[in-house]
Ligand binder design. Structure first.
Ligand SMILES: [Zn+2]
Length: 192
């Protein structure tokens, strides 16, 4: 019995992770142009808290994707495979995964992710980006049906509800299809 307790005690000691809570939530802005209204949506099987952005005005292809908050680029490349959906061939073969994508570390264990970009990202790993800085363009690479931006916010290891301009987006669960409309206040770089 003493031996068993000793083993369990040792195992417990080894597996207890060092859990660091995330820092305060950065004041994220929508990853699209200042003053623009976009549709944010999700659908069954999409993933809780995952948001798809579709513009309400103009041709979605090529619209600018902006950093939600200042940070350091930790991924800028291809997730899965690109496929062949382009402005010239929008019904081309679907790829897999996120296609061209970017991940930004905002410090305090907060991250954002931007998927299905049209072209190789406009930023590189290790690069410091400002809030509102363009990181890519809207596309449909990877497993994407139509040009849009798939977007996530993460705190520690967990995806969390996206917040913009200090307010929750309302896109939280994926058990049904629903949308909201929000206007971007990502205006820090408007003069650039
Ligand atoms: Zn998505």
């Amino acid at each position: 019995m003493v031996g068993l307790v000793g083993v369990l005690g040792a195992v417990a000691y080894v597996v207890v992770p060092q859990v660091l809570p995330p820092g305060p939530r950065p004041l994220f802005q929508m990853p699209v142009g200042c003053g623009e209204t976009w549709q944010l949506g999700t659908y069954p099987g999409h993933g809780d808290n995952d948001v798809d952005f579709f513009p309400l005005k103009g041709d979605p292809w090529g619209q600018p994707v902006l950093a939600s908050y200042a940070g350091t680029v930790t991924v800028a490349g291809i997730n899965g495979s690109l496929g062949g959906r382009t402005p010239e061939n929008p019904e081309g073969p679907r790829g897999r995964g996120g296609g061209y994508w970017v991940k930004i570390d905002h410090g305090g264990r907060w991250e954002t992710q931007y998927l299905h970009l049209l072209e190789p990202p406009m930023v590189q790993v290790g690069q410091r980006v400002a809030q509102g800085q363009q990181i890519g363009r809207i596309g449909s690479t990877g497993n994407s049906g139509a040009p849009h931006l798939h977007y996530e916010q993460r705190a520690g290891w967990r995806k969390v509800e996206t917040w913009f301009d200090g307010r929750p987006s309302g896109i939280t669960h994926d058990d049904t299809e629903y949308t909201v409309r929000l206007t971007s206040n990502n205006c820090a770089a408007a003069g650039n």
